[in-house]
Write a protein that binds this ligand. Sequence first.
Ligand code: FAD
Length: 398
Amino acid sequence: MTTNAPELFELDAEQREILHLADRYGRNELHGLAERMDAEEWWPGDAFRAIGEAGFLGATISEEYGGAGMDLLNAGLVLQGFSRWNHAMALSVVAHDNLCANNIYRNGNADQRRKYLPGLCDGSMIGALGLTEPGAGSDALGSMRTTARRDGDHYVLNGTKIYITNGPVADIVLVYAKTDPDKGPQGISAFVVETDTPGFKVAQKLVKMGYRGSQTAELVFDDCRVPAENLVGTENKGVGIVMSGLDLERAMISPLCLGIAERALDLSTDYVKTRKQFGRAIGNFQMVQSMLAEMYVHVETMRTFTHRVLAAAARVEVGEGGRGDIHKLTAASVMYAAQTVNKVLDLAVQLHGGTGYIWESEINRLYRSTKLMEIGAGTTEVRKMIISGELLKDMPRD
Ligand SMILES: Cc1cc2nc3c(=O)[nH]c(=O)nc-3n(C[C@H](O)[C@H](O)[C@H](O)COP(=O)(O)OP(=O)(O)OC[C@H]3O[C@@H](n4cnc5c(N)ncnc54)[C@H](O)[C@@H]3O)c2cc1C
């Protein structure tokens, strides 16, 4: 079987340094925000500017536009480091940096890049991506009902997007809408919508069980007039942008899972050394050791697969992706990472006993969040459909 990923993969010195710097920033600057973000669904308004000033935003965008000029693997390492300390902020960063900014960078024209990327890179602007709708989740393209009708030098958008990360705080949203509803997925286009445009509304901020500091919204477009120059790419060719973007997004969700799993292993290792029962630290008991060993194996296998697939996804050129080996591989990476981080957190809470069940504990905060990883960016079932679809693409269908 052939894939475009190397069989063996190891981080080099520069990549290890980037992970170290992101880890240090996460520990020093983001960890202290995490508890309040979770308790109150609080959004620290200055955080993105600070992250931008530290050079972590616009990770994959060239320095010409104020970005860090990294490849996708290094951008994923930043997320891994952040996710260890503040996974909600890491989710907001990936929605901003990968789903929105990187998509505009890869698919936008020179004017759009010049207009939007510097603000996204320095954190003065927050970005989001709007694909999912109340009636269009797993079948996001086929069931999409949001329309964009050309009217002179504008498009008029009507419809609703739901579960949009950064929706309540975004300055711009990369929105998918049908420009030719009769053509199904071949009639979809992408637009940059500035959120102060009349007709755009945050209909509601959604309250979540986990990742609570990351802001999520339902967005409504009611005769929202968007300048025609904000069309990204070619009219009716949005499907290529979505599919290629989703492959990169899936590769980037895996390091989010990995960072959480690493933190859970660290917290659990510390806990079993200090928590005493039957007169001894619980780490002395073989069943406790067994759980810890299982967690370790899960984390190490996640790490290997995550980094290897990020390295492969970093080589995806504009216009590629959404099909073939990389489509299968990125779906496999996120499917494995998402299922495995849930297993890790289940063991971690078990090891913490009652402490792990208490809302305020850090391990509980992580536990409440991990289910999302099996839902967002395509569910586990959608990921299985992608993998099996690629494996069986030559099979004659009954
Ligand atoms: C916190 C959060 C943040 C999100 N952020 C964003 C964002 O920033 N931008 C954005 O556009 N979207 C975002 N999403 C949306 C996310 O991508 C969707 O929730 C996801 O694609 C699933 O869609 P759905 O929720 O409508 O579930 P549904 O599609 O209704 O699925 C329900 C169940 O049916 C299963 N199912 C559906 N079809 C099939 C099938 N053919 N075969 C087998 N099983 C099937 C699913 O796997 C699932 O188990 C976010 C979601 C959440 C919860």
